[in-house]
Design a protein around this ligand. Structure first.
Ligand code: UT7
Length: 335
């Protein structure tokens, strides 16, 4: 819906954004570390030891940001059993849109036949958490009832393949969830997003950036990262935001069933887990399989743990991410 339509809950009830469907798309081409080492001066041992990455999927030319997002969105809708015409908003988090405009989200809207409105959101690797937060606010404000939240990335197109310090770290893919307006009593027993928190520090914009712009054929841009600097901020900021979200809900780390972290580096995931005191068995890890897929990494990890039966209805799931900006944030959802 494009117009404000207040969904007024009954007295004592609140609107909740319930996560009713999950979808994913991974490109056809699977590239192992050994295969990459044939093209780049690196080794499987270095990549695994420093990052935990074993392989990544890289998009072919036909696997555009919009294509992958559309596939993931269709899967999320099928999972929820909801028709595309019922979707009234598409929020797509990406740092690698197909065009400067129109937004890749409107391409997805057209491809699936959704109604309402659609827009892209740029917060690099934190994009999915940002998009979830905005979608939750839209739903609670009565602006939309059925919102597709998608992260879709083709970082292979912004890689500097001469820079072994970055090109081994990233992969392509898309993940999507459907959020639907529901009701709850306002307690943490409700199904849906219980709390979400986002942050940015623009003064750290130069430690992870793209040195060009989408839509500029003369200078499409390559990713530049001061890895150690990013690393230094990651564990502290991610742990802080998770604690902040827990406190907002009156919960503790022991209440969480699953931590679904941004999949950038196994050492960061372990570091956050240790600082929070969450057992490794409760942490979903896909960085070994997907590498860092930026805004797609959290929904791809969620999808993996959902399809293999680990993540179940009623469980509490904490998601977090940090990326260029710096941007970071976390969201707690009862599935
Ligand atoms: O999603 C966005 C968030 N981003 C991140 O979370 C990334 C955070 N940073 C990191 O994960 C790590 O900093 C990296 C994995 C990127 C790098 O690990 P590091 O331990 O900080 O390595 P380094 O960049 O300091 O490089 C150490 C050595 C260097 O060689 P010398 O100078 O010690 O001889 C590099 O040239 O490793 C070398 N090196 C490599 N060797 C083989 C760097 N990249 C490679 C490579 N293969 N791919």
């Amino acid at each position: 819906m494009a117009d404000t339509q207040q969904s007024i809950p009954q007295a004592g009830r609140v609107i909740r954004s319930q996560l009713t469907g999950i979808g994913a798309y991974l490109p056809r081409d699977l590239i192992s570390n050994d295969e990459l080492a044939k093209r780049v001066d690196t080794s499987d041992a270095w990549i695994r030891e420093r990052t935990g990455i074993r392989q990544r999927y890289l998009a072919q030319p036909d696997e555009t940001c919009a294509f992958m997002a559309t596939e993931a969105a269709r899967m999320a809708l099928a999972d929820a059993g909801v028709a595309a015409e019922a979707v009234d908003a598409v929020l797509l988090a990406t740092a690698t849109p197909d065009q400067a405009f129109p937004a890749t989200a409107v391409r997805v809207q057209a491809a699936i036949g959704a109604k309402g409105f659609a827009f892209d959101l740029s917060a690099a690797c934190s994009g999915f958490i940002y998009a979830l937060t905005v979608a939750d606010a839209l739903i609670r404000a009565g602006q939309a009832r059925n919102v597709l939240v998608i992260g879709s990335e083709v970082y292979s197109r912004i890689m500097n393949w001469e820079d072994r310090g970055t090109c081994v770290l990233f992969g392509d893919g898309a993940g999507a969830v459907l959020l639907q307006a529901g009701e709850g009593d306002g307690s943490h027993a409700d199904r849906g997003i219980l709390s979400a928190h986002i942050h940015s520090h623009g003064d750290l914009g130069d430690i992870l950036y793209v040195d060009g712009a989408v839509g500029r054929s003369d200078r499409p841009g390559h990713l530049v990262m001061h890895g150690r600097e990013v690393f230094r901020h990651a564990v502290a900021k991610l742990s802080e935001t998770v604690q902040q979200t827990l406190v907002a809900c009156g919960l503790t780390i022991a209440d969480i069933d699953w931590l679904v972290p941004h999949q950038a580096n196994m050492r960061i995931i372990d570091g956050v887990g240790r600082r929070l005191g969450i057992p490794a068995e409760k942490v979903v890890v896909t960085v070994d399989q997907h590498a860092n897929t930026s805004a797609a990494s959290v929904p791809l990890a969620l999808h993996a743990a959902y399809t293999d039966g680990r993540v179940k209805r009623g469980q509490l799931i904490m998601m977090e991410a940090l990326g260029g900006g710096l941007t970071w944030g976390s969201a707690l959802v009862r599935f």
